[in-house]
Design a protein around this ligand. Structure first.
Ligand code: SIN
Length: 481
């Protein structure tokens, strides 16, 4: 691949470096199997060295003005947008999503640099009326310290900027470990951050083929004061344990099991389109993708007719081809898992309405699939699907569907469609989720708080709340007045 933003070395203390061992990790295109590049396979010791570099840089970075940090973040935002097309091409090559989605993700990712640059200037403290005439009480907000950011492959740009931008805005320094499948977008972001002018050591990035050793170093190192992770719930739980010994601040954005509820008073065409987008975006590989579609009995038949027509028309293919809506799954393990989930569901009595097999397009492509007759006794109802599979559940009334939607350890995103205003409030309040889409299927943007409850995580990213986790409150009590 040729592109001016491609880097094949890691970025530590302002230097582009190879692994000391000389070992590398191959990056491939999931659509074609083509070898794209090799990046350093770094060790736990090299991750620790990156933490030390970030710690040294923290001394001066924390003293910079919010305005100067904002200017650098603004520059990073502009450079990301100037390179939107090159980044999108790179993303489609290493991650597989259709180009239109990649372009959208680059703009979405860039928006966090813009937003948090602006927020840097608003990290206000407070003045507290004192209970004593001789003292004055105030709070100031200070950066937490070195941040370890561990990011997934499904959003190779946006999940990085959603963590790194607020950290830098707050005055923290960062060590980033991107997913093994998508290091090239992450390295391109580092190249643009270097061009923007961030000082050496403020942002560091290690790539590795050994995510457990490197991840454990980052999440247990005493100099790291904050860990931010997006990925699976089991790994999130492990990270929480790892971080406990040194009592780090931890933000976790973990798995979901999103219900999408279609009431009989909904605008059915809007609901059908909503499920389609929410389910099949990124080939179903997002934490907020619809996982369970609940349709009220009286409209089920109509819903299935309309929905299956749209699902059957989805175009599967390499993301760089015109009109493609469903790209490949990320790797062999992912497609094997999806195959196993579907065949198990069919074995348990699910009706295969569409798809249900690999696509002839290529090894990692799976047909858009529709399964009917699902209920909560089946394993598929309790798994995060992470693939282009819709599962249809029938329900009869509002109370019942809220209870069934909540009957999961997860609580990230939920969606429902209804035109009844009273119902909209009741259902929105009753759903135990961090985010609820009401007659809306796309929730994410930089100004709103993204995050879950229960085993879907802790903390919020984006919005004015997204910078909070990178700041400590310090209380100053001035006496003798
Ligand atoms: C995710 O799947 O983790 C993020 C999805 C989003 O930001 O929309």
């Amino acid at each position: 691949m040729q592109s001016t933003i491609i880097r094949t070395q890691a970025y530590v203390d302002g230097q582009w470096v190879s692994a000391a061992s000389g070992k590398t990790l191959a990056v491939t295109n999931p659509a074609t199997g083509e070898h794209l590049a090799d990046v350093p396979d770094m060790s736990a010791e090299e991750a620790a060295a990156a933490v030390e570099a970030a710690d040294r840089a923290f001394d001066s970075w924390k003293k910079t003005t919010a305005k100067s940090r904002a200017q650098l973040l603004r520059r990073w935002y502009e450079l990301i947008m100037d390179n939107q097309e090159a980044l999108a091409q790179l993303m489609t090559a290493e991650q597989g999503k259709p180009l239109a989605e990649s372009r959208g993700e680059v703009a979405y990712g860039a928006s966090f640099a813009e937003w948090f640059g602006e927020e840097a200037k608003r990290t206000y403290g407070e003045q507290i009326p004192s209970p004593s005439p001789t003292s004055r009480l105030v709070t100031i907000r200070q950066p937490v310290g070195v941040v370890a950011a561990i990011t997934p492959w499904n959003f190779p740009v946006a999940m990085i900027t959603r963590k790194v931008a607020p950290a830098l805005a707050a005055g923290c320094t960062v060590v980033l470990k991107p997913a093994e499948d998508t290091p090239l977008c992450a390295l391109a972001l580092m190249a643009l951050a270097e061009e923007a002018g961030f000082p050496a050591g403020v942002i560091n990035m290690v790539t590795t083929a050994d995510p457990i050793a490197v991840g454990d170093t980052l999440t247990s190192h005493p100099l790291v004061r904050k860990v931010s992770f997006t990925g699976s719930t089991p790994v999130g739980k492990h990270i929480l344990h790892q971080a406990a010994d040194t009592v780090k601040k931890v933000s976790l954005e973990l798995g979901g099991n999103a219900p999408f509820i279609v009431f009989d008073d909904a605008d059915l065409d809007a609901a059908v389109k909503g499920v389609l987008i929410s389910k099949y975006r990124n080939a179903g590989q997002t934490c907020v993708c619809t996982n369970r579609v609940y349709v009220q009995r009286s409209v089920m038949e109509q819903f299935v007719a309309k929905f299956s027509e749209l699902v059957a028309a989805l175009k599967v293919g390499p993301g760089d081809q015109e009109g493609v809506e469903i790209g490949p799954l990320i790797n062999r393990k992912a497609i094997e898992r999806v195959e196993q989930v579907v065949s198990h569901a069919v074995g348990e009595g699910a009706q295969l309405l569409l798809g249900g097999a690999r696509s002839e397009v290529g090894e990692l492509f799976y047909q858009p699939t529709l399964l009917g007759g699902i209920d909560e006794s089946m394993a598929i109802a309790n798994q995060e699907l992470f693939g282009p599979i819709s599962t249809l559940f029938v329900f009869d009334d509002e109370e019942e569907v809220i209870e069934r939607a909540n009957a999961t350890p997860f609580g990230l995103a939920a969606y429902f469609y209804s035109r009844d205003i009273g119902r909209c409030w009741r259902v929105a309040e009753g759903l135990e989720y961090g985010m609820v889409g009401i007659n809306e299927c796309i929730l994410s943007n930089e100004v709103a708080p993204f995050g879950g409850v229960k085993e879907s995580g802790t903390g919020r990213e984006g919005s004015r709340h997204g910078i909070e986790d990178y700041l400590e409150i310090k209380y100053l009590c001035m006496g003798g007045i």
